[in-house]
Design a protein around this ligand. Structure first.
Ligand SMILES: O=C(CO)COP(=O)(O)O
Length: 254
């Protein structure tokens, strides 16, 4: 069994055309492990998706940061899964905590979105994670299990899903989860999948970590047995994203 290391760059609501071009140039010139070793996906804002796709090296892919929950139509301001497919965008990030918390996306809504996006042929980076308050009250395991269950209830095919564990308290705060904190939640999620979905899916699903990952802390996190890669925010806009991609080299799956 082997899970290919996965590094995603979530650019969030950042960048100008010029800045985007600069980042892509850095990525295009970078010497990184081959696509047999690491899968790299960058996620620019919607308006830059086609621009990035047209410039980006062919061994890296692009992801949207969201899409509408069902077929497109009279939903002002939304972007449908069909549109992403039509533009040749293979991936979408769904259930990011910024959308759950700032825009009120519920576990069920995220589950519905994941199911619809998969049904249209998109691959999904599905995010889960607890707030600081939830961690401090000891409910991390229950929270991430409930978020994962709402997705698992809606889907049967896990081949096109990457699960991203992103503790809210670590996002954009510079306060990274320790390698053992990350490993503890990742192994718990894998066990949850094993019990509730199936052993094969649990063994093959990639569970990646997000929250203040940078060039300095990525290697130690990557070395954890159940950390299969990263979803990177702030550092994905900087040259150190290349070092994070390179951390795939420290991985050796048994
Ligand atoms: O939210 C994140 C990725 O989706 C993580 O953001 P930071 O890496 O900026 O903490």
């Amino acid at each position: 069994m082997s899970r290919k290391f996965f590094v995603g760059g979530n650019w969030k609501c950042n960048g100008t055309k010029e800045e985007v071009k600069k980042i892509v140039t850095i990525l295009n010139e970078a010497d990184v492990p081959s696509e047999d070793v690491v899968e790299v996906v960058v996620s620019p804002p919607f308006v830059f998706l086609s621009f990035v796709k047209s410039l980006l090296r062919s061994d890296f892919s692009v992801a949207a940061q969201n899409c509408w929950v069902r077929r497109g139509g009279a939903f002002t301001g939304e972007i449908s899964a069909e549109m992403l497919v039509n533009l040749g965008i293979p991936w979408v990030i769904l259930g990011h905590s910024e959308r759950r918390l700032l825009l009120g996306e519920s576990n069920e809504f995220v589950g519905d979105k994941v199911a619809y996006a998969l049904s249209q042929g998109l691959k999904v980076i599905a995010c889960v994670g607890e707030t600081l308050e939830q961690r401090e009250s000891g409910s991390t395991t229950d929270i991430v299990a409930a978020q994962t269950k709402a997705i698992a209830d809606q889907i049967s095919d896990w081949r096109n899903i990457v699960l991203a564990y992103e503790p809210v308290w670590a996002i954009g705060t510079g306060k990274v989860a320790t390698p053992s904190q990350a490993q503890e939640v990742h192994t718990g999620l894998r066990k949850w999948l094993q019990t509730n979905v199936g052993a094969e899916i649990a063994a093959s699903t990639r569970i990646i970590y997000g929250g203040s990952v940078n060039g300095a802390n990525c290697k130690e996190l990557a070395a954890q047995p159940d950390v299969d890669g990263f979803l990177v925010g702030g550092a994905s806009l900087k040259p150190e994203f290349v070092d994070i991609i390179k951390s795939a080299a420290v991985k050796s799956y048994a």
